[in-house]
Design a protein around this ligand. Structure first.
Ligand code: GCO
Length: 403
């Protein structure tokens, strides 16, 4: 970009990075994911094991975020630690997360707290998990524990991370727990339960912690209709995204999380386009998708709610490719902002190479590499690149091979 003003983000734009409890803490033996990872019949390739040992090394993680000069760290509470058995709440676990918030605050970093990031306690999964609408009250009861302890510490609260991914991947594809392959009517029911749980959590958080902005984080893709697939594409997008965007009315923000695009023909997904690289995650290298999803979230909701990019990144062993991906994605953010889309911040997924769910440890999304044996953290060039962007609140001129 040659126009330097066009490379600047608005004043007050926030810069951060994100993680989730089960992907980094290690030893989360009491949730549905641990059971799934250890079920020989499940597609999960390996155990999360010690993950990045962040349940113990969280201070070091926060020091890295602080050292990079980022102002936001998004992380999640592990429900199965806070409520290891129904109705039994662990003060020690809550204290742990409060200490994380306190240290972040003391380093000038905003704690963005996610209440549900994919994992559900085993005792609750055994009662039917998200298939039983009773989970709404149980989730609200869990959420109710934290604001009292974390009030005044959370900068923002995210109720449920990507409910659309949990429902579709877990209950239709069978690729996440509980590994079921149900039909569309059951999916609609499960989605409705997630929506109810989100609304209930918003109410609880607003009651207990009225000054904390609260919202949902949604997995969004750029949707492309191929060869007359418009109707099919719109229907898939409705079930996957729109029913959740509809549920965000009155929220303080919408968390947009984007990685790639979905190409849909008359009978469903058609896969990647010839000539476009397929990443280790199985989807296309398509950083342009972030701009598309921000525009759509904004347009679909009538510009009623500010947007935050709560996740965006790439699983790759090629860190130069990561920098290119982030650069291209952020150019799209700038274009969207220039057109009036109210985007307040950018949070890169992820701080650390970590446990990528069913795929195990092979996809590396981190700005920071983690040795799987010593847990030593080593910053990648992309970490320094993002730090520079955050410090300048602007994109640098594209370098050399940038596309
Ligand atoms: C998500 C997932 C993350 C993944 C990331 C990369 O919210 O999509 O939260 O846990 O690791 O998306 O696939």
């Amino acid at each position: 970009m040659s126009d330097t003003t066009a490379s600047r983000f608005p004043d007050g734009f926030t810069w951060g990075t994100a993680t989730a409890a089960h992907q980094i803490e290690g030893g989360n033996t009491n949730n549905d994911w641990w059971a799934f990872e250890h079920d020989p019949a499940s597609p999960a390739v390996e155990s999360s094991g010690d993950a990045t040992d962040s349940y113990h090394r969280w201070r070091e993680d926060i020091d890295i975020v602080a050292g990079l000069g980022l102002d936001t760290y998004r992380f999640s509470l592990e429900w199965s630690r806070i409520e290891p058995a129904e109705g039994e709440f662990s003060q020690a676990a809550l204290d742990h997360y409060a200490r994380i918030c306190e240290r972040l605050r003391s380093r000038g970093i905003d704690p963005v707290v996610t209440f549900h990031h994919f994992t559900t306690p085993q005792w609750l999964a055994a009662k039917g998990g998200w298939e039983d609408a009773a989970i709404v009250e149980r989730f609200a009861a869990f959420v109710d524990q934290a604001p009292a302890r974390l009030d005044g510490l959370m900068a923002r609260a995210c109720t449920i991370n990507e409910p659309n991914v949990v429902s579709f991947t877990g209950y239709v594809m069978g690729f996440f727990p509980p590994g079921k392959q149900l039909g569309m009517s059951e999916l609609a029911q499960i989605n409705a339960t997630f929506v109810d749980a989100h609304r209930a959590a918003v109410d609880v958080i607003r009651t207990n912690s009225p000054d904390t902005p609260v919202g949902l984080t949604l997995s969004m893709a750029e949707w492309v209709a191929i060869d007359g697939g418009d109707e099919r594409m719109a229907e898939e997008r409705r079930i996957s995204e729109d029913v959740f965007l509809d549920a965000t009315g009155g929220d303080d923000f919408i968390g947009v999380q984007t990685y790639s695009r979905n190409r849909v023909g008359t009978s469903g997904a058609v896969g990647g386009e010839e000539g476009v690289e397929t990443l280790i995650m199985g989807y296309e290298y398509w950083p342009q998708s972030l701009e598309a999803t921000l525009r759509r979230a904004w347009q679909y909701t009538g510009g009623s709610t500010p947007l935050l990019v709560t996740e965006n990144g790439i699983g790759t062993d090629d860190d130069a490719q990561r920098i290119r991906y982030l650069h291209t994605a952020l150019e799209g953010v700038l274009r969207a902002i220039a057109d009036g889309v109210d985007v307040r911040g950018y949070t890169c997924w992820s701080l650390l190479d970590n446990f990528e769910w069913t795929f195990g440890y092979a996809p590396r999304f981190g700005l920071v590499q983690v040795d799987r044996t010593t847990f030593a953290r080593t910053l990648k060039p992309s970490a320094h690149w993002l730090a520079e962007v955050a410090a300048a609140n602007a994109l640098p001129e594209p370098r050399g091979s940038h596309v």
